[in-house]
Write a protein that binds this ligand. Structure first.
Ligand SMILES: [Zn+2]
Length: 408
């Protein structure tokens, strides 16, 4: 039966280009056995058992899809389950259920990080110095049905609350964050502080950076466009990502990076929401034109992205970090907003407003330069602490800046 389906699909000529916008990763005519949502959970359990010292499993928010499937994250760190102010990275696959290769990429990367810990110096260093959180499947119902949408026909990458718009077809949801899967991501990203993230898709090969809701061509771009683009390029320019013959071709592409709205505008995307509303720089990475049909094809996609993933996670460590304390809260003040002011105070406030974690630690990604940084907690009774002349050197090493808040 499988063979007959394959022959039929070969007879019906497949379209040459599947865009992520119009339905995903291509027809899953495949000799490769893609993971089902249940197999992904079993895989995570197995990794947890095999590598208990460097992994932890967590529920993503409420942790259940529309049809009641668990949504899980795996933490890979030398201190899993207890962040200690390290740069925290969130990687997400399977937001579009038909883009199964994005799930396989997450699975292979989880295997790679855990297997190579204490064997490969670079991997060991990253696991020791970063807090890596991977959600292999955000849309398990979609993955089970091999379709883009969740069980209620909603495109989760149109359901987030920044620049959300109603669409007559209902695929954006009845309101922003109407779906349990997007809601789960929201609460997970509020209870954990993430500093850098990426979400994986298929349908093309490129890295898409904020914003999606409008285009750079219309002069709508992040205040921290230079920072955002440099993080995008940290991914695409490492390893062999740009050697992929399926790399998207457009005059708007620069080293494999494209402004989201210059590709095509969408509203309510995960990356715009992450960046503007949670203070986490997020990018959308399209890793293949279609779901590969063979093991070799899947492995090839992993190889095109392996070094990029490592470089991106490494780059999360550059900038300024430290702990915010006060006389009454010597163990750390949580939820302090850290805001960067550009051009020595005469310029704009940065888009990325990161908060301190439960122990008062913060980490702010930054490029080389001198910065003025404001530490504030509204309604707390603390005065704002404004620190000028924070200098990030050209070698982009991490600067430590501890801060004390006082009352007036
Ligand atoms: Zn997609």
């Amino acid at each position: 039966m499988k063979r007959l389906v394959l022959i039929l699909l070969l007879l019906i000529q497949l379209p040459v280009f599947f865009s992520c916008s119009d339905g995903g990763g291509g027809t899953p005519a495949s000799s490769y056995d893609y993971h089902t949502p249940e197999e992904v959970l079993a895989f995570l359990d197995e990794v947890r058992l095999q590598y208990p010292l460097i992994t932890a499993l967590e529920s993503v928010g409420t942790g259940l899809s529309v049809d009641g499937r668990p949504i899980r994250a795996i933490v890979i760190s030398d201190n899993p389950g207890t962040p200690k102010g390290e740069p925290a990275i969130r990687l997400t696959g399977g937001i579009h259920g038909s883009e199964m290769i994005s799930v396989e990429l997450m699975i292979r990367f989880i295997e790679y990080l855990t297997y190579n810990y204490d064997k490969d110096a670079e991997v060991t260093d990253l696991v020791n110095k970063r807090y890596i959180v991977i959600i292999p499947v955000l849309n398990p119902d979609g993955l089970a049905a091999k379709r883009r949408y969740n069980s209620r026909g909603v495109d989760l990458n149109r359901n987030f609350s920044f620049a959300w718009e109603y669409d007559t077809g209902g695929s954006h949801g009845s309101e922003a964050l109407s779906e349990p899967e997007s809601k789960a991501m929201e609460s997970f990203s509020q209870s954990n502080v993430f500093h850098l993230s990426a979400t994986f898709h298929s349908g093309a090969v490129l890295l898409n950076m904020p914003f999606d809701y409008d285009s750079e061509k219309d002069s709508v771009k992040p205040v921290e466009n230079t920072l955002v683009r440099s993080f995008g390029k940290a991914y695409t320019m490492e390893g062999t990502f740009l050697n992929n013959p399926d790399l998207y071709q457009s005059i708007d592409m620069e080293d494999g990076v494209i402004n989201g709205g210059n590709w095509y505008e969408i509203s309510g995307s995960l990356q715009d929401w992450s960046y503007k509303e949670t203070g986490c720089l997020d990018v959308t990475i399209e890793v293949a034109r279609r779901n590969p049909s063979t093991e070799a094809g899947v492995q090839e996609v992993f190889e095109y992205n392996r070094k990029s993933l490592l470089a991106y996670i490494k780059k999360a460590g550059y900038g300024v970090h430290g702990q915010v304390t006060s006389a009454t809260e010597p163990d750390g003040v949580k939820d302090v907003e850290v805001t960067v002011v550009y051009n020595n105070g005469a310029g704009d406030i940065g888009d990325i407003v990161v908060k301190t974690d439960s122990k008062g630690y913060y980490h702010r990604i930054l490029l080389h330069g001198n910065y003025k940084i404001i530490f504030s907690k509204s309604g707390s009774g603390y005065s704002d602490n404004i620190i000028s002349g924070v200098s990030v050197p050209t070698d982009l090493s991490l600067i430590e800046q501890n801060v004390t808040l006082t009352t007036p």
